[in-house]
Design a protein around this ligand. Structure first.
Ligand code: ASP
Length: 328
């Protein structure tokens, strides 16, 4: 195949321009505020993590990272929105285990969490806590289980919709004690926790990100942490495991995602800014005081998050199919 000299010259010029433009846009990125989409209502644990991360990344990026709450359908509305957003580096999603559970819960899910996104990296791992409204008589997990078994039809359980980790934790809890409770869905566990504090709902399984201050202040009844070992943020708090719920473990991990096709140079810049934030002493200590732990470095990478999501999708898919829970 022989090209005329002119064709080759034109092609070379076009390539230089493309490369040049591409390089210039990568060098000037970000040139405007970046949106970090949170799939739940403001004030909940995902929102708290997102706003702390956004403020810290703003420092290293020199451009505002702005949190945008898009709640609904257990986080799937926001994930679908980000999947369809322009792949230009100005829209990202922060989400948790819901990216692993949605394929099993939603048989008509509009996206594939593993293949329809670019993966930035994991941010923080957070335990959950089983709570009741303050005037619940049960003083410990054993008494709570007895109360529920005797009054199951009168006890309700709040969550943030199918796909939320409060729904996952609540499902596993009901399964482990062999009862089926009335569930009360909210747009996030921010509003759900407010309803619990107001005595409008009876039970809630929520992340320590939100619940640690209330457990310390005694404004809720507390029955256990969903980790095998006690946590530093609540050293005197028993685990559900200690209370007899063997193998009850739910740890909420958080990942950051971009629309498929986001340029590699942009992904590198955002990934570097995120990993810098995860080393920021103020970010680390804030997460620690709320029960959070920074994940291992491997999970803070694109490949590491993808591999983690594949493993978690397999793990939670099995648990959900066993529970026989479907959203659609
Ligand atoms: N993490 C969600 C929120 O921030 C709640 C959940 O998934 O249960 O509202």
């Amino acid at each position: 195949m022989n090209f005329s000299r002119r064709t080759l010259t034109l092609a070379a010029t076009a390539a230089t321009l493309t490369l040049g433009f591409g390089t210039v846009s990568a060098q000037s990125y970000p040139s405007k505020p970046i949106s970090l989409v949170v799939p739940f209502a403001a004030g909940g644990p995902t929102d708290i993590v997102a706003r702390t991360l956004a403020a810290t990344m703003t420092k290293s990026l020199g451009q505002s990272v702005v949190v945008e709450n898009k709640a609904g359908a257990g986080g799937t509305i926001a994930a679908n929105y980000v999947m369809k957003a322009p792949a230009d580096g100005y829209t990202f999603l922060i989400h948790h285990n819901g990216m692993a559970t949605a394929p099993a819960l939603y048989r008509k899910l509009a996206y594939n969490p593993i293949n329809d996104f670019e993966h930035v990296g994991n941010v923080v791992d957070v335990p959950m806590t089983l709570l009741a409204r303050k005037d619940m008589a049960a003083k410990n997990l054993g008494e709570l289980v007895s109360h529920i078994k005797a009054n199951g039809d009168k006890v309700n359980l709040a969550n943030a919709g199918l796909g939320a980790v409060s729904h996952l934790c609540g499902t596993l809890f009901q399964q482990s004690i062999g009862v089926s409770l009335t569930t009360v869905p909210f747009q996030g566990t921010g509003p759900a926790l407010n309803a619990l504090l107001g005595g409008q709902v009876d039970l809630l399984c929520d992340q320590t990100t939100s619940t640690t201050p209330h457990i310390k202040a005694g404004t809720v009844k507390f029955y256990g942490v969903t980790t095998k070992q006690r946590i530093k943020a609540l050293p005197d708090a028993p685990t559900l495991h200690e209370g007899g719920m063997r193998d009850f473990e739910v740890i909420v991990w958080h990942g950051v995602y971009a629309p498929k096709g986001t340029p590699a140079a942009v992904m590198q810049k955002i990934g570097d800014a995120m990993r810098t934030a995860l080393k920021d002493p103020a970010f680390v200590s804030r997460m620690a005081e709320l029960g959070g732990e920074i994940p291992p470095a491997v999970r803070q990478t694109s490949d590491g998050q993808r591999a983690w999501l594949v493993a978690e999708t397999d793990k939670w898919g099995k648990a959900i199919r066993t529970a026989g829970v479907f959203a659609d």
